[in-house]
Design a binder for this molecule. Structure first.
Ligand SMILES: O=C(O)CCC(=O)C(=O)O
Ligand SMILES: [Fe+2]
Length: 564
């Protein structure tokens, strides 16, 4: 084990510089400009670890491919777990109508060169909108502090680690799934630091919701319909035209260019009406987390009104509000350099269309109570909510997860998007105890609950590695840079073993394939088939020639991949 750990440490040390470079390219430069503190350092370290894990996964799959080639006959065309996946092509949406005649007509009428341009400064602005009807837009500065904005960016970066983006755009839904991913359950009660970014996101959404109620003098209740962190980066036209996915900052494919984050199929620079995408949206709210000019070039918000283009320049902590309907045809100008981060929110008057997740509601209520406590100067802010899920309290008092590992497993599972049926089922299962999680998996992805569950397989998920580091890892300080990395070796170690085993297998003469691969694995020592399956399902299946029997772990991993 010690020798293995030394390898992991050497590996991480070697990858540290390129991983840090990647962190900057994926948006970390926004944080560096503002001299990050200890918490942000921890998020950056977690990101570096997640990227190292991703690089290992990339190595694993490259090796897997080579072994599959070597073992060509029996494995070719079987569509086994290691085979390239056929993903459905996203629908083309660039005819500017989305099936909406109103949007098509208003874009045609209002998006044209030569219009005068007016910059909207801070304040409330009343004027005729895109459809000529009077409307009110609000630009409010200082709605979030620099520190809050940086924390949200740090958390989002961690969640985006190694993820693809589409058309330079990545979005991160703020949901219970993300809550579990960024704030493993064991940290929720005791360690505010680990879930600081998540709480901050909820707090800011709630602040924006209240501000919208106040600015529009609403007598009715207003609910959160959707909320996400959006990252925009420059993208080259040819790739965008192909709808290609990019690793942020990458020019071609590199070891980091793997991931699970969802890209958005829309081009953000395309003029649109928010209500056309989701009918129940009543108000759109944007809280900018990085600054036009300082953090990125381009990226201005443009409202295409009948008489003029009204432009908003994003600044850190600046909130923009506008009704989501036909009065607000808008687009974001292309980002030409750097990284633009925004918290994008949509509110609805319809109780039916609010975000339905019970845990999220519990967190929102907590956030509301916290906002209430602030002006009163209460010394003790309310404690975070218990994890009430699907109307059921956790099985026992105290933390709902028996161990830290339990929390981490579930945080990995919960990288599924909120609203996804499997995600729902899993979240519901959390409330009932881990036996039900297995049953939910059995139902959702054909996981075999009677087999011995090898949860270690979930170490494949970069979020889990990141969570391991974010969850209570000692904060690095000068001279102790490696502390979180040492903890990460638990998670990286099995993958290192798998890589080494595969290399051994590759060195064997090809006439011994496919058994050669299996022998190679055993020859490597401590690695038996179970270990290898736990280190990488795709790797294992190719390496041991188990193409006809889908390993359990692969079933779980596939479940993630269909949603990305
Ligand atoms: O980020 C912005 O300024 C606007 C984003 C937007 O229009 C959208 O996400 O629908
Ligand atoms: Fe929009």
């Amino acid at each position: 084990m010690e020798r293995g750990r030394a390898h992991v440490r050497a590996f991480v040390r070697e990858l540290r510089e390129p991983a840090l470079r990647k962190w900057r390219e994926s948006g970390g430069h926004v944080l560096e400009r503002a001299a990050p503190g200890a918490v942000l350092d921890a998020y950056r370290e977690a990101h570096v670890i997640a990227l190292c894990a991703l690089a290992l996964d990339a190595q694993n799959s490259a090796l897997t491919d080579r072994i599959r080639e070597r073992n060509a006959g029996p494995l070719r065309g079987t569509g086994g777990p290691g085979a390239p996946r056929q993903r459905p092509k996203p629908a083309e949406h660039d005819d500017y109508s989305d099936g909406s005649d109103v949007q098509a007509r208003l874009v045609e009428a209002n998006v044209r060169p030569g219009k005068r341009e007016l910059v909207l400064g801070a304040g409330a602005h009343e004027h005729a909108g895109s459809d000529g009807r009077p409307t009110r837009r609000v630009v409010a500065d200082g709605c979030a502090s620099e520190e809050e904005c940086r924390l949200v960016v740090a958390g989002a970066l961690l969640a985006f680690a190694g993820g693809f983006s589409r058309n330079g755009q990545s979005t991160l839904g703020i949901s219970p799934a993300l809550a579990l991913r960024l704030a493993p359950a064991t940290a929720a009660e005791g360690d505010a630091r680990a879930c600081a970014a998540m709480r901050c996101m909820y707090l800011l959404v709630e602040r924006a919701r209240r501000r919208t109620v106040a600015e529009y003098g609403l007598a009715c209740e207003l609910y959160v319909s959707d909320a996400q962190v959006a990252r925009l980066q420059p993208v080259d036209d040819a790739a965008a035209a192909r709808g290609a996915r990019h690793a942020p900052g990458a020019r071609g494919h590199d070891p980091w260019d793997v991931g699970l984050a969802r890209g958005d199929q829309f081009s953000y620079w395309r003029p649109h009406i928010d209500q056309v995408s989701v009918r129940s949206y009543d108000f759109s709210a944007l809280l900018y987390l990085s600054a036009h000019g300082a953090d990125f070039g381009g990226g201005r918000l443009v409202l295409h009104d009948a008489d003029a283009e009204r432009v908003v320049l994003p600044r850190v902590g600046r909130l923009v509000l506008f009704p989501s309907g036909a009065e607000s045809v808008h687009a974001v100008e292309r980002v030409t350099s750097g990284t633009r981060f925004a918290l994008t929110m949509w509110f609805t008057k319809s109780a039916r269309d609010q975000q339905p997740d019970p845990e999220q509601r519990a967190w929102l209520e907590w956030a509301r109570a916290r906002v209430d406590a602030q002006p009163r100067g209460d010394k003790a802010p309310p404690s975070p909510p218990p994890r009430a899920l699907h109307g059921r309290a956790p099985a026992a008092a105290g933390p709902p997860f028996a161990s830290r590992l339990d929390g981490l497993r579930l945080s990995a599972l919960c990288t599924l998007p909120a609203g996804d049926p499997l995600c729902r089922e899993l979240l519901g299962a959390v409330a009932l105890g881990s036996g039900s999680v297995e049953r939910a998996l059995a139902h959702g992805v054909g996981y075999d609950p009677t087999a011995v569950v090898d949860w270690h397989a979930l170490a494949l998920n970069p979020a889990l590695v990141a969570a391991a580091a974010a969850d209570g890892a000692p904060l690095p300080d000068e001279g102790e840079r490696e502390l979180p990395l040492l903890r990460a070796d638990e998670w990286l170690h099995p993958r290192m073993e798998a890589c080494a085993a595969l290399l051994t297998a590759l060195a064997l003469p090809s006439d011994r394939a496919p058994d050669g691969a299996r022998d190679g694995l055993h020859a490597h020592g401590r690695v038996d088939e179970t270990d290898v399956a736990s280190a990488g399902a795709g790797v294992a299946s190719a390496a041991v020639g188990a193409h006809s029997k889908k390993p359990r772990a692969a079933a779980v991993v596939d479940a993630f991949s269909v949603f990305d």
